[in-house]
Design a protein around this ligand. Structure first.
Ligand code: NAG
Ligand code: NAG
Length: 459
C-alpha cells in the first residue's frame, strides 16, 4: 500500500512540477519560532540554511525531493527547513554553526547528518536514526534479510546484561553511522559459534567477528573501529571519518581507468593483504584504494606518482611512502611491517614547520588555481607584494562556492552553543571557509569523537 501511495504522490508531484516547480516544496515545512515548542511532538528532519549560502541552494531541490519521498512512503519523520539567519536564536540553541546543517531531532536528542548530500543517503539516515536504536531480529529470515541489505551491522546476542546496557549506550551515539540489532542465539546462523553469552558481533566482509572485552577494550571504541569494511574505496569524506578510528590507513593510489599491470597488481596486492592478513593487521590498519592522486597530493603537499602506496597515520598526520614500487603481496606485507617497526621514516606530521608548509602550499595552489581560471587576475595579483597576494587570494578562495574537495560544513562539530552576533558571524565565515585537504586528517580539536555529532538537549 505504501508503494501505491508513493506512486500517486510522485505522479501528483510530477504533474504539479509541470505546472509550477515551486509547489513541490509543499512537502517541506517552513519552520519558525513556534518550532521550539512543537518539535517534541514529532521526529523532525530539519535543514538549517542561510538564504545566501551556495551549498544551501544546491541542497534545496534535493531537500524538496526528500520531503516528497518521506511523505509518500508514509514516514513518521517530518521534513522541515529553517532559515537559521532569521531564527538565529533557535538555530544556535540547536548548535547550528555552519550552513547548511542537517539534523534529525528526536525527543531530547539532536543527531547531525554528516554524509553526502544526496536524497538516498539523507533518507537512509533518517530511517536509521528515527527508528529503534537496537532493532530486534525475531527470526532467521529477518537475519538473512538484514544480512543482504547491510554491508556492516552489529548484533547483540543474549538476554538482559550489563553488556547490553553498554551496547544500547554505544548505539545511541553511533546510530548515526551504522545499524544495531539484537537477536537470540537460535536466530544467528549456525556457522556462528559463540563461546559465551551475551556477545556482541559485527557482520561484515562475508564473515563475522566477536567483541572481546579484554582484547578489544571499550565497546564503543571497538564498534567505532569495526564499523568499516576491511577494504574500502577511499575518498576525502571517508578518510576524514577514518580519522575517528585512530588507525593507520594504507591506501593504494591508482588510476582506475589505467588497465596496465602496475595498477591492477598493486590493487590486488593490497586487497589480498586486507583479506589474508586481517588477524595480524586489522587492529592497526585500515586498507583501501583511492582513484587518482589529486587528493593525496594536496594532503601530503607532494606529487606522488601513481600507482603507489601511502600509509597515513590518522592520529598525528604523518605518512609513509616507499621509494620503490610494491609489486607483490609479500612486498606489501613487508612495507606494512617496516611502518610498524619504524624502519621507514615518517614524513609530514603536524609540527609548526608542517603548518607553515601547509600555508605556503595552500597559497601556492590558490595562485595556481587563480591562474587557471583567470590568467588576467593572476597576472594582476602577481604584480602585488606577497602579503597582499595571500590576503586577496584567501578572500577569493573563500568566496568560491565550488571547487571544494570536501565540504567543510559536513564536519561541523556542534558542541558549543554560539551566543551573540560575533559567534554567528564566525560560524558563517567558517562554513564558507576553504576546505583544506589537510583538515581531512586534522579535524580540529584533539579527542574529537563521534560524540560530537550528538547533543543532549536539556530544554
Ligand atoms: C598507466 O600507468 C603506466 C605506469 O604506471 C603509465 O606508464 C601509463 O602511461 C598509464 N597509461 C595511461 C593510459 O594513463
Ligand atoms: C601514529 O601516531 C601516534 C600518535 O602520535 C603514535 O603513537 C604512533 O606510534 C604512530 N604510528 C606509527 C606507525 O608511526
Amino acid at each position: 500500500m505504501a508503494a501505491g501511495t508513493r506512486g500517486v504522490v510522485l505522479r501528483l508531484c510530477a504533474l504539479v512540477f509541470l505546472l509550477d516547480v515551486a509547489s513541490c516544496k509543499g512537502f517541506v515545512e517552513d519552520l519558525d519560532e513556534s518550532f521550539k515548542d512543537s518539535r517534541k511532538d514529532d521526529i523532525w528532519l530539519v535543514d538549517f540554511y542561510a538564504p545566501w549560502c551556495g551549498h544551501c541552494k544546491k541542497l534545496e531541490p534535493i531537500w524538496n525531493e526528500v520531503g516528497v519521498e518521506m511523505k509518500s512512503i508514509g514516514s513518521p519523520v517530518k521534513v522541515g527547513k529553517m532559515d537559521a539567519t532569521s531564527y538565529s536564536g533557535i538555530a544556535s540553541e540547536f548548535g547550528v554553526r555552519g550552513y547548511p546543517t542537517i539534523k534529525l531531532l528526536k525527543g531530547d536528542l539532536a543527531y547531525n547528518y554528516r554524509g553526502p548530500r544526496t536524497k538516498d543517503d539523507i533518507i537512509e539516515f533518517a530511517h536509521r536514526v528515527s527508528g529503534a536504536l537496537v532493532r530486534p531480529l525475531p527470526s532467521q529470515q529477518m537475519f538473512e534479510h538484514v544480512q543482504k541489505r547491510h554491508r556492516v551491522f552489529f548484533v547483540y546476542v543474549g538476554g538482559e546484561s550489563p553488556l547490553k546496557e553498554k551496547y544500547i549506550d554505544a548505539a545511541s551515539e553511533l546510530i548515526v553511522y551504522t545499524y544495531f540489532f539484537s537477536a537470540s542465539e537460535d536466530v544467528v546462523p549456525e556457522y556462528v559459534t559463540l563461546k559465551e553469552l551475551p556477545a556482541v558481533l559485527v557482520f561484515k566482509d562475508g564473515t563475522h567477528f566477536v567483541y572481546d572485552e579484554y582484547e578489544d577494550g571499550d565497546l564503543s571504541s571497538w564498534i567505532n573501529r569495526e564499523r568499516f569494511q576491511s577494504y574500502l574505496t577511499v575518498d576525502g569524506f571517508l578518510l576524514y571519518e577514518l580519522g575517528d578510528t585512530g588507525k593507520l590507513v594504507a591506501i593504494a593510489v591508482i588510476d582506475e581507468k589505467n588497465t596496465s599491470v602496475e595498477h591492477t597488481r598493486l590493487k590486488s596486492a593490497i586487497q589480498e593483504v586486507a583479506r589474508d592478513y586481517r588477524d595480524q593487521f586489522h587492529r592497526d590498519f585500515q586498507f583501501g584504494h583511492m582513484d587518482g592522486n589529486d587528493y593525496i597530493n594536496s594532503l601530503l603537499m607532494d606529487d606522488v606518482k601513481v600507482p603507489t602506496v601511502v600509509v597515513l597515520n590518522t592520529s598525528n598526520q604523518q605518512y609513509f611512502l616507499l621509494d620503490r614500487q610494491v609489486t607483490s603481496t609479500e612486498d606489501m606485507v613487508q612495507f606494512i611491517h617496516s611502518v610498524l617497526d619504524g624502519t621507514v621514516a615518517a614524513q609530514g606530521g603536524d609540527s609548526i614547520l608542517q603548518r607553515l608548509k601547509r600555508m605556503v602550499f595552500d597559497a601556492k595552489s590558490t595562485v595556481v588555481s587563480i591562474f587557471k581560471s583567470s590568467p588576467f587576475m593572476g597576472c594582476f595579483l602577481f604584480g602585488l607584494p606577497l602579503g597582499v597576494i595571500s590576503i586577496m587570494c584567501y578572500g577569493i578562495y573563500i568566496a568560491d562556492p565550488e571547487g571544494n574537495y570536501i565540504e567543510e560544513e559536513r564536519y561541523e562539530v556542534s558542541q558549543g552553543e554560539l551566543e551573540g552576533p560575533e559567534g554567528r558571524e564566525a560560524a558563517a565565515a567558517e562554513s564558507r571557509g576553504p576546505p583544506e585537504p589537510g583538515s581531512g586528517l586534522s579535524p580540529g580539536p584533539a579527542g574529537r569523537g563521534p560524540k560530537d555529532v550528538l547533543e543532549k538537549k536539556t530544554d
